[in-house]
Unconditional design. Sequence first.
Length: 166
Amino acid sequence: MAAHPLLSIRPATTDDVPLIRQLIAELAEYERLADAAVATDDGLRAQLFGAQPAAEVLIGEVDGEAAGFALFFHNFSTFLGKRGLYLEDLFVRPAFRGSGLGRHLMASLARIAVRRDCGRFEWSVLDWNLPAIRFYRTLGAVGMDEWTVQRLEGDALHALASHDAL
C-alpha cells in the first residue's frame, strides 16, 4: 500500500454482486459466522438491484482495488417521526485496515443520512469486537447498552407466522 493511498467510495452496481458476495463471505469468516453466510449472487442481485431494493451498498477502494464495503438500509423512528439509516455490515479487508477507508465509508454513510434527512445513523457490533468498538468510539458513537437485539429466524419465525390471527 502506498504511503498516501488513494481512497474512493462508490455506489455498488449489479456488476459488483460477485464482489459483494465475496466480501460478505470474508466478513462472515472474520465474525466466526462462515456457516451463516448463505447469500447467493442471484439472491443479492434481486434484493439489492430488483424492483424494490431492500438495501444499498457502497464499495470502498484503495488505489483502485476493492478493499471493503458498507451495506445499509432505512429504518424508522416513531419517536423522531423520521427515517434513519441502519448500517447492516461494514467490512474492510485486513490488508487495508489502517488506510482510513473505514472512516471514509462511515463518513460517506453519515453524509447520506444527513442528505436524506435521517434522524439517526445506527448499527450493531459484536461485543467481542473490541477493535471495531474502539473505532466507533473515535467517531463519536455511543453504545446503547440498555438495549439488546432480539431476533426471530428459521423455525421460530415460521412458527410465529403460522400462529392463528385473531
